[in-house]
Design a protein around this ligand. Structure first.
Ligand code: IPE
Ligand code: IPE
Ligand code: MG
Length: 231
């Protein structure tokens, strides 16, 4: 085995892609792929702490995903609501702190209420921090930060100023970004935070992702040599 350069990543961010293709391959409706994808989310949350992961950001819904057919959006919102209910019940046992990154508008009010309740009631748990990227777009996040700085009257800003005004300023940059389903792009995810992230692309479709696949990604990351512009 090649040399290990890095301790396990503390913050892993995942672009959970391929639910639709998973379903299509089985002649099932896309909604079946999303349901199965929710199970993979559970598996990854359960496996993460033992792998040394402290922060897990999951890209659940992008600002561009509103362009999908209404029926699919309804399925995704229903599933999201169920998932929020489920974590409201299980977070204590899992010592799970939930954060959310994204815009509130135009999420439906009953979802926003559930998000607020979940974030508030898990704020003091100190196990895994699960950051849900919901109605998230990175260009919007950066623009939002710059606008907040303008509103403060600043006429000169530094990279640190922008970092301090992102949706979750306490969140360290992800050492590793995983994308499933064979696509190799960021799709408006963590453009600022990814400046020095390692990327791991796997053909595995999200509903098939599991602890083994997560371990593979973590191990590969540990063997990457990061230079941050140095030698
Ligand atoms: C990821 O799976 C889930 C979301 C984007 C909400 P997709 O629904 O994008 O699945 P594919 O890419 O069509 O296979
Ligand atoms: C990215 O997947 C968004 C999420 C995983 C939530 P998409 O399936 O929306 O990305 P594109 O459209 O293929 O780039
Ligand atoms: Mg997709």
């Amino acid at each position: 085995m090649s040399q290990t350069f890095n301790p396990p990543a503390q913050h892993i961010a995942i672009i959970m892609d391929g639910n639709g293709r998973w379903a299509a391959a089985r002649n099932l409706p896309r909604s079946a792929g999303h349901k199965e994808g929710a199970k993979a989310v559970r598996r990854v949350i359960e496996a993460a702490p033992a792998l040394g992961i402290k922060f897990l950001t999951l890209y659940a819904f992008s600002t561009e995903n509103w362009s999908r057919p209404k029926e699919e959006i309804n399925t995704l919102m229903d599933l999201l609501e169920k998932t929020l209910d489920e974590y409201q019940k299980s977070a204590q046992k899992q010592n799970l702190r939930i954060w959310v990154s994204g815009e509130r508008e135009p999420l439906p009010p009953q979802i926003l209420e559930k998000i607020d309740r979940l974030v508030q009631s898990t704020a003091h748990y100190d196990g895994l921090t699960l950051n849900l990227a919901l109605n998230y777009g990175s260009q919007q996040e950066i623009t939002h930060a710059v606008n907040a700085l303008i509103a403060q009257g600043k006429n000169h800003i530094t990279p640190q100023d922008i970092s301090a005004h992102l949706f979750q300023p306490q969140l360290p940059a992800p050492e590793l970004i995983i994308r499933t389903s064979g696509e190799q792009r960021l799709s408006n995810f963590l453009l600022w935070q990814a400046a020095y992230s390692e990327f791991y692309f796997t053909p595995v479709l999200w509903p098939d992702f599991n602890e083994e696949e997560l371990k593979k990604a973590v191990l590969e990351y540990q063997h990457r040599q990061r230079r941050f512009g140095g030698i």
